[in-house]
Ligand binder design. Sequence first.
Ligand SMILES: *[C@@H]1O[C@H](CO)[C@@H](O)[C@H](O)[C@H]1NC(C)=O
Ligand SMILES: *[C@@H]1O[C@H](CO)[C@@H](O)[C@H](O)[C@H]1NC(C)=O
Ligand SMILES: *[C@@H]1O[C@H](CO)[C@@H](O)[C@H](O)[C@H]1NC(C)=O
Ligand SMILES: *[C@@H]1O[C@H](CO)[C@@H](O)[C@H](O)[C@H]1NC(C)=O
Ligand SMILES: *[C@@H]1O[C@H](CO)[C@@H](O)[C@H](O)[C@H]1NC(C)=O
Ligand SMILES: *[C@@H]1O[C@H](CO)[C@@H](O)[C@H](O)[C@H]1NC(C)=O
Ligand SMILES: *[C@@H]1O[C@H](CO)[C@@H](O)[C@H](O)[C@H]1NC(C)=O
Ligand SMILES: *[C@@H]1O[C@H](CO)[C@@H](O)[C@H](O)[C@H]1NC(C)=O
Ligand SMILES: *[C@@H]1O[C@H](CO)[C@@H](O)[C@H](O)[C@H]1NC(C)=O
Ligand SMILES: *[C@@H]1O[C@H](CO)[C@@H](O)[C@H](O)[C@H]1NC(C)=O
Ligand SMILES: *[C@@H]1O[C@H](CO)[C@@H](O)[C@H](O)[C@H]1NC(C)=O
Ligand SMILES: *[C@@H]1O[C@H](CO)[C@@H](O)[C@H](O)[C@H]1NC(C)=O
Ligand SMILES: [Cu+2]
Length: 822
Amino acid sequence: MKTIVFLLAASILVTGRNHVGPRDIEGRSAKKCSPRTATPSATYGSGTTSGCSSGSVCASPTDISVTAPRENIWRELTITESDEIIHFLYSDAVGFNLTPTVNASLSDNYIHSIELIRPTKVEALAYMADASAPIPTQYAKVVVNHFSWDDPVYKFYKVGPIPVSNATSIEPLSGFYKADPTRSANCGSLDTPLSNSEDFAIAALMTSITDITLDLTGYVYYNQDADNNTMIYEAVAPQGFDGTSRFAWVFFGVNSAANEITPVGIQIACDFTGVDESQFSCDKGVWYNGQTWENVTAFRADYEANKITRGLKVDPDIAWSSTTPINGSTTPEMDRKKAPIFVTPEGKRYKVDKDQQYVEWMDYTFYIANDGPRGISLFNVEYLGERIIYEIGLQEAIAHYAGNNPSQLSTVYVDSSYGFGRLQYQLVEGYDTPYGATFLDSWTHFEGETIIHNSSIAIFEIDVGRPIQRHLDGWFYDSNSVEVTKDIKLILRTISTIGEIILWCYLTVPKGNYDYILDYIFSFEGTIEYKVSASGYLQATYYTELEYDYGYRIHDALHGSMHDHVILVKVDFDLGADTANSVESVTIGPRTQNIPSSWFPSDMNITSNPKTMGITRQKIANEDDARMSWPQGFMLVTNENQTNAYGEKRAYRILPTTYATLAVEDSPFMTDGANWSHDNVAFSVYHEDERYGSDEFNQEAHGKPLVDFNTFFDSESLNQTDIVAWVTLGMHHVPNTQDVPTTLAHTATTSFLITPFNYFNFEQTRRSAQSIKLTYDGTNLTTAEYSKLPTCSVNMTAYASTEDFTALNIYNNVLAKGTKRE
Ligand SMILES: *[C@@H]1O[C@H](CO)[C@@H](O)[C@H](O)[C@H]1NC(C)=O
Ligand SMILES: *[C@@H]1O[C@H](CO)[C@@H](O)[C@H](O)[C@H]1NC(C)=O
Ligand SMILES: *[C@@H]1O[C@H](CO)[C@@H](O)[C@H](O)[C@H]1NC(C)=O
Ligand SMILES: *[C@@H]1O[C@H](CO)[C@@H](O)[C@H](O)[C@H]1NC(C)=O
Ligand SMILES: *[C@@H]1O[C@H](CO)[C@@H](O)[C@H](O)[C@H]1NC(C)=O
Ligand SMILES: *[C@@H]1O[C@H](CO)[C@@H](O)[C@H](O)[C@H]1NC(C)=O
Ligand SMILES: *[C@@H]1O[C@H](CO)[C@@H](O)[C@H](O)[C@H]1NC(C)=O
Ligand SMILES: *[C@@H]1O[C@H](CO)[C@@H](O)[C@H](O)[C@H]1NC(C)=O
Ligand SMILES: *[C@@H]1O[C@H](CO)[C@@H](O)[C@H](O)[C@H]1NC(C)=O
Ligand SMILES: *[C@@H]1O[C@H](CO)[C@@H](O)[C@H](O)[C@H]1NC(C)=O
Ligand SMILES: *[C@@H]1O[C@H](CO)[C@@H](O)[C@H](O)[C@H]1NC(C)=O
Ligand SMILES: *[C@@H]1O[C@H](CO)[C@@H](O)[C@H](O)[C@H]1NC(C)=O
Ligand SMILES: [Cu+2]
């Protein structure tokens, strides 16, 4: 391997650049104007010099470890713990008669998921507050498909204490949801047995019409094991509604990784009700090129009578849909050079406990926790030694589509059902993250297996490359000065490729189309941004003129179906390390102000009550008033019992950047399943049975959601109590050719910030060393700075660990094999 060493040029420390010519500003300087230049040899002022000496090699980006002050009590159960739980569930004492999920048929009993029941907040805070306290007793939430039962259901259990011992017992889960969570089999999302059973029915129908599909579209489908399918399908969701049935439209695209953007124009309707696949039927409707048939018999009759209007055929040359970059004559010459990269001349500036998944950066500390449906949440986020947030994390992301064809019209994905945590894969250093990032593993327990997500969490610092703060002051001619502080962020990133999860040969195969980039972004001064960006393949549709109202034609036979991404994020504030917080809206609006008439000369015609504007502070009394649109102004979470030096309440502002709410009103495909999707923000009182704002089981039960967000709002007072903010992010995604082949993350993005508001007596970047002050007195340029540009050489090899990859590890390893144990 080549070692590329280059020197950060010391000569740019002080540039010989001419200062702007002097201005003769009367009254500000009596000095005569004469051209001046900075003295290149100017000495540096009070700054400390860098630890590197000229010629030495800069520090490597080596991870710096630290020991978390307390155990991470929110971290997912370990592999051993889940193994023992599986063993326990298979025992005769429990008597569930389970089949390993990978080998189960739909009418067997099998394990859906195992996850830690995170400790109650009371237990957690007690543990964090007392260094001698034992960790709270651990319990697991276990979801089992009892599909061999006469009334096949998913049941939810609490198993514990964990680790499993002879004291461990199993009981129905209570206190976690507001109601009995037991779900009909028709309310489950796709898993391996259901996926196999659905294929059985889809294959049966499609094999019976290969002659027609080949003639009309040029493509055929046999079954999932056939090696001669020229098209493959996507069965859209929701499929279940209230537990009584399961029904879905299925559309077909060219058999490739890009099947979702190469639909060939045929869709079929299927009934997947129950757990007996022999009762499944896909003879429930056919759609082709804008025409609809009630069943295959009618479709074939019209085909044979030559009554079908033929549509465009998708060219089997789908090279355009490939994500492989084009490296040819169109690559700009300069782009063939390596792009700029970040280096850490004095080593990393944050510490990580990789075992406990705990991070320290500047004045922040926090714990990381992963869960299957929702991915990463952060717990006990402290700033300057004081808890500001107990929990922050994604709760849900829905994608509601639209179109004048059955599959797009009826698609509403509830992406936690696929699982942000289950589908986060290894990140590509240098591309998904800067080189030299820190990587952590995560893991989930799904379908009776443990899935290891190697290097799926990245932590790194970036220089945004623009100031977070600056000021140039030319007021006194003798002391022109400029002061600038760098905007340095710490980012914690995961990327989830959402779609059906397939367990195959002890790997999970990423079959999803959409890649969600999920970032927690920390600023030095106490601001935290949560940002979601989307990339990957669209779920697009077959082009017909009927789609005109629902987007644009984006390829020969392709229409980019509009859809709304609406995303729910939970922020459990504990401002001032106190659970007692309040909520206030501050609205900006017109005012008139009575003033003495003597203030302005009468010929200016200013009345004694001129129009101006003002702020209105409105405390939000209770939950009934707490489901809100963003005011013209802003929302604050306050701690009324803590004031700053000036008597103002310490608060954090919730500051949206880009956002959207669901544009569909009264969607019949998502009635109550995402009741938050029309609010910008909502505030409720913390309750253990309202810990999650959505649930993966909402996907197939929008008429009877497992978590009904609406029930969180029942008039409770928000006066100095434990406030949870539910922030809705979103984007209206109207695809265009910029989405071909894949969506661009920088425009398909949405975020909000929480930022200190009168929380401190002054702004905290003033304590950062990453600033410079240059003062020029007409002769000498002096500078007060703390981080001089280092003179060491950068050893690029130390950043290039990507090149050490011996294999691409995009398949998450499935470790614990669910087998019958004694
Ligand atoms: C699944 O079935 C296959 C074939 O019968 C068998 O070899 C394998 O051991 C089974 N897997 C488990 C986890 O039981
Ligand atoms: C549980 O196991 C421990 C040690 O294995 C044993 O000492 C204890 O008696 C057992 N308790 C019960 C209730 O079986
Ligand atoms: C394709 O594969 C299926 C299933 O393996 C088989 O029944 C069918 O005859 C094959 N068709 C062709 C055209 O090879
Ligand atoms: C199929 O559809 C045709 C025409 O819509 C209808 O007359 C016929 O009854 C249907 N057949 C079945 C078996 O549903
Ligand atoms: C792209 O093409 C140029 C010119 O042929 C070649 O020098 C370069 O190595 C190529 N880059 C990649 C990443 O393949
Ligand atoms: C994945 O992570 C596990 C657990 O940390 C580790 O044992 C394994 O070696 C890792 N695999 C790869 C390919 O990095
Ligand atoms: C003030 O009002 C008088 C009378 O209407 C008008 O003539 C004059 O132009 C006004 N002056 C200004 C500054 O608007
Ligand atoms: C307000 O703060 C004081 C001092 O920290 C504390 O003693 C008191 O209990 C707090 N009151 C409430 C209502 O939280
Ligand atoms: C939420 O639920 C309430 C009560 O059922 C209903 O009135 C309201 O329209 C729902 N809102 C949304 C966005 O579904
Ligand atoms: C809010 O709670 C505080 C105690 O924390 C109490 O003094 C105050 O009267 C309450 N305000 C209202 C409007 O209920
Ligand atoms: C500028 O620097 C020179 C050389 O260090 C020094 O002699 C002179 O006094 C400085 N001038 C001022 C105004 O500080
Ligand atoms: C550069 O880094 C590589 C990898 O860490 C190391 O093997 C090599 O010795 C380093 N070179 C120098 C000059 O420090
Ligand atoms: Cu989109």
